[in-house]
Design a protein around this ligand. Structure first.
Ligand code: TXA
Ligand code: MG
Length: 324
């Protein structure tokens, strides 16, 4: 059994103690819930991979309370300093050269010479990280390949019995993961994962982004960007303009009356921030209604919509075990 405690001062202090002792603690960030472990504790990191069923080749994001704390293990250049100053704390992850003297578990970075780092803005995460006093590796707190958790109940649905504690801070604000930017190669700013911080916001600080390097023809720079990901068990059909009687409907904007098995609307007023906030919870709900398929209406791939469309495309990929 995994304990679940409210993220009040006593709960946060308890969670910080557990983390310092090598425990596994799920906690809220403004993007999604993370599954935390002390990044310098190799045994704890091994347990994170085991609890999630995560492939060992997929490195973790290190979370710290301040930019200053991240300089201990990540090498910043001028671009990195400018982006950190503009967007931290916030939904941005930077891939930077790993400082070799740092005591980070090699398992946490999957043996790479780069490291992913983020300073989250959520008050609970901030307070927890400040009390732990060292970097906390935290992938999203779901089983590998599945939908990321935006509530404590989602975390327990995937990881009950596999981790020590969930800190319940209520539903998260943003609802999709952080934007991952690769700054590890001189002169390039690569967008590895669209997320809670938009391309336009980043481009206002740095020059326009290079396209995702996982586009066809180029090797995948981010091991986690395997095609099928963020996926419910039920199959998805994208850009639906109609819905069959045995399908569930995930709508966006005004919608016609339907005879679907079940319907959720990401945002009746077609607001992308509201849609991001609802996406994962609604996918989980529609996954549970026993429909043959989930039909998803079209969303604009602009602003925050770029991340939403990215997640839906990955969720809609044919699972490897049923691929023809
Ligand atoms: O919003 C978020 O980013 C959440 C919260 C908890 O912070 N975390 C999260 O972690 O989404 P995760 O592990 O689910 O996704 C991290 C992504 C993966 O795609 C991983 O491959 C990539 O970051 N990544 C981590 N380290 C990397 C590195 N050194 N080089 C390239 N990609 C890296
Ligand atoms: Mg994840």
């Amino acid at each position: 059994m995994t304990a679940c405690r409210p993220a009040d001062p006593a709960g946060i202090a308890h969670a910080a103690r557990l983390l310092r002792q090598g425990g596994l603690v799920a906690f809220p960030t403004e993007t999604v819930y993370g599954l935390g472990a002390l990044a310098t504790d190799d045994a704890a990191i091994a347990r994170v991979f085991e609890a999630k069923g995560r492939p060992a080749v997929n490195p973790l994001i290190l979370h710290v309370a301040t930019t200053a704390a991240s300089r201990e293990f990540a090498a910043f250049d001028d671009r990195a300093e400018a982006l950190a100053a503009a967007f931290w704390p916030g939904p941005l992850t930077l891939i930077l050269p790993l400082r070799q003297a740092a005591a980070i578990s090699p398992r946490a970075v999957a043996g790479l010479d780069t490291v992913a780092v983020r300073v989250p803005g959520h008050a609970v995460a901030q307070s927890l990280l400040a009390q732990v006093g060292g970097p906390v590796a935290a992938p999203s707190a779901n089983r590998s390949g599945r939908v990321s958790p935006t509530t404590a109940a989602h975390v327990l649905a995937d990881l009950d019995g596999r981790i020590d504690l969930v800190l319940d801070g209520g539903p998260v604000q943003i609802g999709v993961e952080s934007t991952v930017l690769d700054l590890s190669r001189p002169g390039r700013v690569g967008l590895l994962r669209p997320g809670g911080l938009t391309r336009a916001a980043i481009a206002a600080v740095t020059r326009p982004l290079d396209e995702p390097s996982s586009s066809p023809g180029e090797p995948v720079r981010s091991p986690g960007l395997l095609l099928r990901h963020y996926a419910p068990r039920t199959a998805l059909r994208l850009e639906a303009t109609d819905v069959a009687p045995d399908e569930a409907l995930l709508a966006f904007g005004p919608m016609p009356p339907t005879g679907a098995v079940a319907t959720r609307n990401l945002s009746a007023k077609a607001d992308l921030a509201e849609a991001a906030h609802n996406l994962y919870a609604m996918l989980r709900e529609l996954d549970a209604v026993g429909a043959r398929r989930i039909a998803v209406m079209e969303l604009p791939a602009t602003g925050l919509g770029e991340a939403l469309v990215d997640r839906l495309r990955r969720a809609a990929e044919t699972p490897p075990d049923t691929a023809p």
